[in-house]
Design a protein around this ligand. Structure first.
Ligand SMILES: Nc1ncnc2c1ncn2[C@@H]1O[C@H](COP(=O)(O)OP(=O)(O)OP(=O)(O)O)[C@@H](O)[C@H]1O
Ligand SMILES: [Mg+2]
Length: 217
C-alpha cells in the first residue's frame, strides 16, 4: 500500500535541517500503523510526504505501487482525493457550514452527482455515530464530535488509506477512546491506517508501532 525507500526531507532556512533522514519502510494493505516519537522527530513531515502533501528532497514514495515522483500535480491531486483520507489534530472544519456541507466538500471536488453525495455523506456520518448532527453547524460541536465529522469527511471518497496526525491530541480521554474505537473498526473493515501519536496507549491500539528519532526510524 505504502512504500518509502530512502526518503529524505530537508528544510533550508539559511542552514540545512534534515527532518526526515533516510527512512525506508513498507505498510501493507489492511495494516494499522502508529508513528511515534518526540516532538520535532519528523512525524508530521513524514506523514505529509506519505499523504502527497509535500515532496521528499530525495528517495521514493510508492502508493499502491505508483511512485509519487512519476506523477504530475493533477495525478497527485487525484490520488489525494480518491485514495487518501487525512485527519488532523486541529480539525480544519468550516465552522459556518453544517456537518453535512463539511463532509460533502470532498465529494463535490470529486464531481459526485448530488443524489449520491447525500447517500455517501449519510453512510460516512453513520460510521462515526454523527448522523443525528447532520444539520448542526460544525462550529457548535464539541471537540470529540468535530473530530468524528473530520473522520467522516476523510472517508467521503471511500479512501483505501487513512492518515491521521495526532487525531486525539486536542481531546480528553473519553473522546480519545471513541476515536480510537472508530479507527479500529474502520481498520477491521479493511482501511489501512497510519496514525501519528505521542501517546503510548493510542499507539498500542495499532498493529505496529514505528518509532522516529531525529528524523530516522
Ligand atoms: N517548513 C519547515 N521549515 C523548516 N523546518 C521545518 C519545517 N517543517 C518542519 N520543520 C522542522 O522539522 C522537524 C520535524 O518537524 P515535524 O513537524 O515533522 O515534527 P513532529 O515529530 O511532527 O513534532 P510534533 O510532535 O511536535 O508535532 C522540526 O525540527 C521542525 O522544526
Ligand atoms: Mg507533528
Amino acid at each position: 500500500m505504502v512504500l518509502c525507500k530512502n526518503v529524505f526531507k530537508e528544510f533550508n532556512n539559511g542552514t540545512t535541517f534534515i527532518a526526515v533522514n533516510n527512512v525506508s519502510f513498507h505498510v501493507k494493505a489492511g495494516e494499522f500503523v502508529a508513528i511515534m516519537g518526540k516532538s520535532g522527530s519528523g512525524k508530521s513531515t513524514l506523514l505529509n510526504l506519505i499523504g502527497l502533501i509535500d515532496k521528499p528532497t530525495s528517495g521514493s514514495i510508492f502508493i499502491d505501487g505508483i511512485a509519487s515522483s512519476d506523477m504530475n500535480e493533477s495525478q497527485l491531486a487525484g490520488i489525494r482525493l480518491e485514495k487518501i483520507g487525512y485527519v488532523f489534530q486541529s480539525f480544519y472544519l468550516d465552522h459556518n457550514y453544517s456537518v453535512y456541507k463539511n463532509v460533502e466538500i470532498p465529494l463535490l471536488i470529486a464531481n459526485t452527482p448530488s443524489h449520491k453525495c447525500r447517500e455517501r455523506v449519510e453512510i460516512c456520518l453513520e460510521q462515526v455515530g454523527m448522523l443525528d448532527k447532520l444539520h448542526s453547524k460544525a462550529g457548535t460541536l464539541s471537540g470529540g464530535e468535530k473530530q468524528r465529522v473530520c473522520i467522516a469527511r476523510a472517508l467521503a471518497n471511500n479512501p483505501s488509506l487513512l492518515l491521521a496526525d495526532e487525531p486525539c491530541g486536542s481531546l480528553d480521554s473519553e473522546n480519545t477512546e471513541v476515536i480510537m474505537e472508530i479507527f479500529q473498526s474502520l481498520n477491521q473493515k479493511g482501511i489501512t491506517i497510519i496514525m501519528v501519536t505521542h501517546d503510548i496507549e493510542e499507539g498500542k491500539k495499532a498493529n505496529r508501532i514505528i518509532t522516529m528519532k531525529d528524523g530516522k526510524i
